[in-house]
Design a protein around this ligand. Sequence first.
Ligand code: URA
Length: 214
Amino acid sequence: MDSLFDSLEEGEDRQERLAELARQVSVCTRCDLALNRTNTVFGTGDPYSPLMLVGEGPGENEDATGLPFVGRAGKLLDDILAAVRLTRQDVYLTNIVKCRAAVQEGGRMKNRQPRAGEIKACNPYLQGQLDAVKPEIILCLGSPAAKTVIDRDFKITRDRGKWYDLDGIKAMATFHPAYVLRQRGEDLDMAKRAVWKDIQNVYAEYQRVLEARE
Ligand code: URA
């Protein structure tokens, strides 16, 4: 991944670095997603957290507010974090693309997955966030984030819950909360159980990092 910035120097302020990156994102025209956006959605949370969560991209609610994960999937994400007594203020939360990907269907705009070219165009911003926040743990939410951050051949049903080493960063992917919400019956139970197991493992690692920092 190419970055717009070099890795953050010691003493350089992360908030400032991220604010400058967010300003660049707010006027970005690197891909056509810029044409239909209401707001860019950069990222939120603690820039000093050891844990970065990476989702797919803004949907309708996020586009309207400029904030990540504010719809139903966001509520489930809060519940997932709450299962290990974390809040979104304890983590840094962002997406692989910063603008809503949508398609016209039946007279209205419907969310769609971002295309490879859109993800690639946005990648320097994600890399800039990684360089600024320097997370020690990354949790990818869903397949597009896992394929972008961990491995292009990542298969979410096969590979979720496994730890990967990304140049010293421990990375894992779990099911996207929106995917979980689409499941029914036994599939819903299985998806929830998997995500709950994954977040426990991520939390154990998060605790380990915090203890090592003390
Ligand atoms: N889904 C995502 O992946 N990201 C958001 O910000 C909202 C929904």
